[in-house]
Write a protein that binds this ligand. Structure first.
Ligand code: 13P
Length: 342
């Protein structure tokens, strides 16, 4: 493991007031989002959409790293330039989703484990040669009657830790994503309880697998009630519960935490990240930023809808979310800033 090089990558990803752009939706997920907007679900339209994203002028002002999907890493712009080369030229570090999705966990109804360890070392070496310098693996933990079970939490923690160890061996910084899903109608307190258990299991597994904590990034959920729960707490309460949970569970050796958005409205995701910085900016031992997909892309996708005439406006909207989230990362996000573009 080249610790110096891995730390250098982490510093570039986390150390400059920026955040990460997750553009690693699988074919199925991307198609689902296209279908909802009437966009043709073809490889060419997925390519066009990703071209729109990577060629957004000024993207690098707010984005330090972009997470690609296996289809996207070999795709090019209309004129034949690899997306990965465009990102590198802009100073945006390319990363790659390397898990192969979730499958039902046998004998544990309603729970899932993530696949993708088979052949991972070879794929990591290949992606490194293509220019990727970090990777992502997402585990999902659902809350429902009687779940999550300890078995599911431990199985996913083990898989995340094995993945992270392999990444570090192959020169890529692992983004470790244990997502407690916000679907359903669970309470805020339940989310806090489950997220706490998941993070303890995860850091125990990372220790067992000898993962270097200084050379990884955690990508967690915020502490939130389920989307169907009757009330949603305000940003201050969410900030308080989320940072308190992390202070208890995430070692100070971890250099960076970059949130997923998980289905929150995009303004809420910014407002909540902002509240964490306003309340806890001085005492957090880790860099706290964003690694959103939906909460950064959705306005742009809705504006584009597959129409070439809308590319410029979609790119402006994408950049605007970058501006808002980078401001939130400094604790400087305001309604006035939000309203400024759109
Ligand atoms: P969302 O921000 O849409 O939750 O996506 C983040 C991500 O990368 C999920 O794996």
């Amino acid at each position: 493991m080249d610790v110096k090089e891995l730390k250098n990558i982490v510093n570039q990803l986390m150390g400059n007031g920026k955040g990460l752009l997750a553009m690693d939706e699988s074919v199925a997920t991307c198609n689902k989002r296209f279908e909802a907007l009437g966009i043709p679900q073809t490889e060419e339209y997925r390519r066009k959409y990703r071209e729109l994203i990577v060629t957004t002028p000024g993207l690098e002002t707010y984005i330090s790293g972009a997470i690609l999907f296996q289809e996207t890493i070999r795709q090019t712009t209309e004129d034949g330039t690899l997306f990965i080369d465009i990102l590198i030229k802009k100073g945006i570090i390319p990363g790659i989703k390397v898990d192969q999705g979730t499958v039902p966990m046998p004998a544990f109804p309603g729970e899932k484990v993530t696949e993708g360890l088979d052949g991972l070392r070879e794929r990591l070496i290949d992606y490194y040669q293509k220019g990727a310098r970090f990777a992502k693996w997402r585990a999902v933990i659902a809350i429902d009657h009687g779940i999550p079970t300890t078995s599911c939490i431990k199985a996913n923690a083990y898989l995340l830790a094995r993945y992270a160890a392999l990444c570090q061996e192959c020169g890529s910084v692992p983004i470790v994503e244990p997502e407690v899903l916000m679907d359903d109608n669970h309470t805020f307190e339940k989310c806090a309880e489950v997220t706490t258990e998941v993070l303890h299991a995860l850091f125990n597994a990372l220790y067992q697998q000898r993962v270097n904590l200084e050379c990884m990034i955690l990508k967690p959920n915020m502490i939130l009630s389920g989307l169907d729960f009757r009330t949603q707490d305000d940003a201050g309460a969410i900030a308080e519960a989320t940072v308190t949970c992390f202070l208890r569970c995430v070692p100070a050796a971890v250099p960076g935490i970059a949130f997923l958005s998980g289905g929150q409205a995009f303004e809420q995701a910014s407002e909540r990240l902002n509240a964490m910085h306003v309340k806890f900016g001085d005492i957090m031992p880790w860099t706290l930023t964003f690694s959103f997909s939906r909460a950064i892309q959705q306005p742009a996708l809705e504006a584009w809808k597959g129409d070439d005439q809308q590319i410029a406006i979609a790119q402006r909207l994408l950049l605007h979310r970058g501006t808002c989230n980078a401001a939130a990362r400094r604790g400087e996000y305001t309604n006035a800033l939000e309203a400024h573009e759109g």
